[in-house]
Design a protein around this ligand. Structure first.
Ligand SMILES: Cc1cc2nc3c(=O)[nH]c(=O)nc-3n(C[C@H](O)[C@H](O)[C@H](O)COP(=O)(O)OP(=O)(O)OC[C@H]3O[C@@H](n4cnc5c(N)ncnc54)[C@H](O)[C@@H]3O)c2cc1C
Length: 468
C-alpha cells in the first residue's frame, strides 16, 4: 500500500479510526481458534457509515482489498486478513431505534449480539438469535455468515430475522435498505444477497431486525436417548405434544457431557445414569400455566414408546441454565481438550441418523480409532461432526496425516444424502477450494456472476468463498 493511500485513509477516518500499532492489531489478525494467522498494513475502525463509505471508496479507487471484521468469532478464516486492509466495525455499536409496535429494532453492525438481546428486552421484546459466541459476535458478522444458533427451530436463521440492511457497496456507495417492512414485493430481495455473503459483496453497516413477544414461560428438559434416531423421534413427539412450542432441540453425546463435566467448572450431570446421547429440549409458552405439564406429557409419551430412557425437567431457571450450559460450553471444553477435524454439516432432519452412520463408517475406514464428538441442532438437521485423534496421539500429526481424507470422507456422506458441507459457519477460506466440487457448474456461475456484478474489482474479501 502506498504512503498516499495510507494518508488518505488516516485523514478520512481521523485519529480514532485507524491503527498501525502491531500490538494493537495482533488480536485481530488471528482467528478465534488460533488456526488462521494473518497480516494487515493497517486496521481501520470507522465510527460511522459515512466513514466506512469514505474508506471503501479510497480502497476501491486504488484497488486495495478489504477484509471486514466484526467480533472475529467466525470459524472458517473469513475475517483474518492476509495483506488486506482490516476494516473492523466494532466502534459502530449504536442501537439506532426500537419499534416495539412493529416488532423491529435497528442497530449498527458492530453491536454485539448480547447488546441487541438486552435492547430488545428493555422494550419487552425478544431477539431470539442465541449462540455460544453471543458475547462477542456482532450483528454484521452474524448477518454476513447467516448465523444460526439454538433457536433456529422456532425463529429461523439470521436470514429469517432481517427486515432491512444498510451496506456500503464495493465502490464506496451507501445502499440504504433499512426498510422495516414485512411485505415488500418490489423486485429482487437485495438484502438477502448480503446475508451469508461473508463480506464478499460489501460492508454491512446497520440492520433492521425482527423481534418477538417475550415468552412468559419456558420448560427445559435433559433427556437420555439411545440413538440419534430416537432423538429425531423425540423431536417429532415434542413438537406434536406441545402444539409447536419447541424452541430448541439440541443433541449432546455422552463423551461430550463427560468432557464438559471434566473441563468446565460448576457443571453437573442432570441424570444419574449415563446414556449414549442426550437431547436438550426447550419449549416456550405465552402463558405460565401448563408449561411444565406439557413438557412432562411429551416426555411421558416418549418414555412409554421407549424413545426416551430417562429425563430431568428443570425445576427452576437456574437449573434450566445449568442444562443449557452443558450444551453451550461443549465447544469451549473441546478447545481446552485439544483440536479436532471439524465439520459443520446438515441433512434433512429425517436423514440425520443415516448421515451420522454413513459419516462415522467412512471415517472409521480411514482411521479406525479416531474419536468422534458429534453434537448439534437436531431441529435444524445440523451436526457438528468433530473427529479427534485416537487416545494418546498427537493432534498436529493426526491432522496432517488425516485432515484431508477425513474431511473428504465426511463430505462424501453429506453429498450422498444431498446435504450441506456448511450448515452454519460459511465457506470462508477453509472450504473455498471445495465449493466447486459441491455445487453444480450452473450454481457456481450464478454465484460468480453476483460477485462480479457487485464487486468487479474484486476488492471485498477476495480470498473468501469464491476463487477467481
Ligand atoms: C464458541 C462459538 C460458538 C459458535 N456457535 C455458532 C452457532 O451456534 N451458530 C452459528 O451460526 N455460528 C456459530 N459460531 C460462529 C460465529 O460466532 C458466527 O459465524 C458469527 O456470525 C460471527 O460473527 P462475528 O461478528 O464474530 O464475525 P467475524 O468472525 O468477524 O466475521 C465473520 C465473517 O463475516 C464477515 N463480516 C463481519 N462483519 C461484517 C460486516 N459488518 N459486513 C460484511 N462482512 C462482515 C467477515 O469478513 C467474515 O467473513 C460460533 C463461534 C464460536 C466461537
Amino acid at each position: 500500500m502506498t504512503p498516499e493511500i495510507r494518508d488518505a485513509l488516516k485523514s478520512a477516518l481521523g485519529p480514532k479510526g485507524w491503527t498501525e500499532d502491531p500490538s494493537e492489531i495482533a488480536p485481530y489478525i488471528e482467528d478465534w481458534r488460533g488456526r488462521y494467522q494473518g497480516e494487515t498494513p493497517i486496521m481501520l475502525t470507522p465510527g460511522s457509515t459515512d466513514e466506512v463509505a469514505a474508506a471503501v471508496k479510497i480502497c476501491a479507487e486504488s484497488g486495495v482489498a478489504i477484509t471486514p471484521q466484526g467480533g472475529n468469532t467466525g470459524l472458517v478464516g473469513g475475517s483474518t486478513p492476509k495483506g488486506e486492509v482490516l476494516l473492523s466495525l466494532r466502534r459502530m455499536n449504536a442501537i439506532r431505534e426500537t419499534d416495539p409496535l412493529n416488532d423491529a429494532i435497528t442497530v449498527e453492525a458492530g453491536c454485539v449480539l448480547t447488546a441487541v438481546q438486552d435492547a430488545a428486552e428493555e422494550a419487552d421484546r425478544l431477539f431470539p438469535l442465541s449462540l455460544g459466541a453471543e458475547g462477542t459476535a456482532t450483528i454484521g458478522g452474524l448477518i454476513s455468515t447467516n448465523a444460526g444458533g439454538v433457536a433456529v427451530l422456532r425463529y429461523g436463521m439470521m436470514r429469517d430475522l432481517v427486515l432491512g440492511i444498510e451496506a456500503v457497496l464495493p465502490d464506496g456507495r451507501i445502499w440504504n435498505g433499512l426498510r422495516a417492512l414485512r411485505k415488500d414485493n418490489t423486485g429482487y430481495d437485495l438484502k438477502q444477497l448480503f446475508i451469508g455473503a461473508e463480506g464478499t459483496l460489501g460492508v454491512v453497516t446497520a440492520a433492521t431486525l425482527k423481534v418477538y413477544p417475550r415468552p412468559a414461560a419456558r420448560a427445559v428438559a435433559f433427556a437420555g436417548v439411545g440413538s440419534i434416531g430416537d432423538a429425531v423421534k423425540l423431536l417429532g413427539m415434542a413438537k406434536k405434544a406441545s402444539g409447536g412450542a419447541v424452541t430448541g432441540f439440541e443433541l449432546v453425546p455422552r463423551n461430550g457431557v463427560e468432557l464438559v463435566l471434566q473441563k468446565i467448572d460448576g457443571t453437573r450431570d442432570p441424570l444419574s445414569e449415563p446414556h449414549p446421547w442426550y437431547c436438550l429440549v426447550e419449549m416456550s409458552f405465552g402463558r405460565k400455566e401448563g408449561a411444565e405439564e406439557t413438557m412432562e406429557a411429551a416426555l411421558a409419551e416418549a418414555f412409554e414408546a421407549s424413545v426416551v430412557q430417562d429425563a430431568a425437567i428443570a425445576k427452576n431457571e437456574t437449573e434450566a441454565q445449568d442444562f443449557w450450559r452443558i450444551r453451550e460450553t461443549l465447544p469451549e471444553a473441546e478447545k481446552v481438550e485439544g483440536g479436532s477435524i471439524k465439520h459443520d454439516i446438515s441433512s434433512a432432519v429425517s436423514l440425520m441418523p443415516e448421515l451420522y452412520e454413513r459419516a462415522a463408517e467412512k471415517v472409521r475406514a480411514v482411521t479406525p480409532d479416531a474419536r468422534l464428538i458429534v453434537f448439534g441442532h437436531v431441529g435444524d438437521g445440523n451436526l457438528h461432526f468433530n473427529v479427534r485423534p485416537p487416545e494418546g496421539e498427537d493432534d498436529k500429526a493426526f491432522f496432517e496425516e488425516y485432515g484431508e481424507t477425513v474431511r473428504a470422507a465426511v463430505h462424501e456422506a453429506v453429498g450422498e444424502l444431498n446435504g450441506s458441507i456448511s450448515a452454519e459457519h460459511g465457506i470462508g477460506v477453509m472450504k473455498r477450494d471445495e465449493l466447486p466440487a459441491r455445487k453444480s457448474p450452473v450454481e457456481m456461475d450464478m454465484l460468480r456472476a453476483v460477485k462480479r456484478s457487485l464487486d468487479p474489482k474484486n476488492i471485498m474479501n477476495p480470498r473468501v468463498m469464491l476463487t477467481d
